[in-house]
Design a binder for this molecule. Structure first.
Ligand code: NI
Ligand code: MN
Length: 226
């Protein structure tokens, strides 16, 4: 599967014949100034929670591409009020068959409010199952034993996990999360964007390798095969 990193916790995965864009936050991110959002393709935009660093460019990209938003219920309702028509507003534990395969919302331990301060429901992660393989994006979260349920249900090709610490898991908990969820390959996200989440890359890569995990840290704008 082709994975493209757009900085912070924003990335796209081409799977099941569709392009899935996650948590678009590009134009406010100085580290992603090389990305032209008018060139970003999306058939679906998956939004894990309402925080600005996950939703900043949703309206822009959805408006241009006509992509369907998949998100927790309150986040979807907020975007419908903004005039977006294609919204699949779900809730935790719920799964749905889609054009790319199956999507299931998992629990995440974090908070969620919309950029205008309104209620954002509870934050989620996503398990995506497609004919090309399955993956897990945890969203912003603490380590939680719930991640073990994923390994019981789904064989993962990789997991996308926050590793920046402070607001989310740091690298050590992300490595335990990967173990819980049954993933040996991790794409690290949610680091470097703000001073408290600056990553010691070498230390993170060393920790992953001693845990027997492959930690991938693509450059912003880079596309990798996962
Ligand atoms: Ni957040
Ligand atoms: Mn965040």
């Amino acid at each position: 599967m082709k994975f493209t990193y757009y900085g912070h916790a924003c990335f796209s995965v081409v799977a099941g014949g569709k392009t899935l864009l996650f948590d678009p936050f590009i134009t406010p991110n100085p580290l992603a100034s090389g990305i032209d959002i008018t060139q970003i393709e999306a058939d679906f935009i998956l939004v894990s929670h309402g925080h600005a660093d996950h939703v900043a460019d949703v309206v822009e990209v959805a408006g241009r591409t006509g992509a369907t938003i998949i998100s927790p219920f309150e986040v979807g309702a907020w975007f419908e009020k903004k005039g977006l028509k294609n919204v699949q507003a779900m809730n935790h534990g719920g799964a749905a068959e889609t054009q790319f395969g199956r999507v299931k919302l998992t629990s995440a331990i974090h908070s969620s409010s919309m950029p205008d301060g309104s209620y954002g429901g509870n934050p989620c992660g996503f398990v995506i199952e497609t004919e090309d393989g399955n993956f897990y994006y945890s969203g912003d979260t603490a380590l939680t034993l719930d991640m073990k349920l994923i390994a019981e249900e789904t064989q993962l090709r990789f997991a996308v996990l926050p590793i920046g610490d402070f607001y989310t898991m740091g690298i050590d908990d992300a490595l335990r999360a990967a173990e819980f969820a049954g993933a040996t390959k991790i794409v690290g996200v949610h680091y470097d964007t703000f001073p408290p989440i600056k990553l010691d890359r070498e230390a993170a890569l060393r920790a992953a390798s001693s845990a027997g995990k492959a930690l991938l840290l693509p450059q912003i704008g880079e596309t990798i095969d996962v």
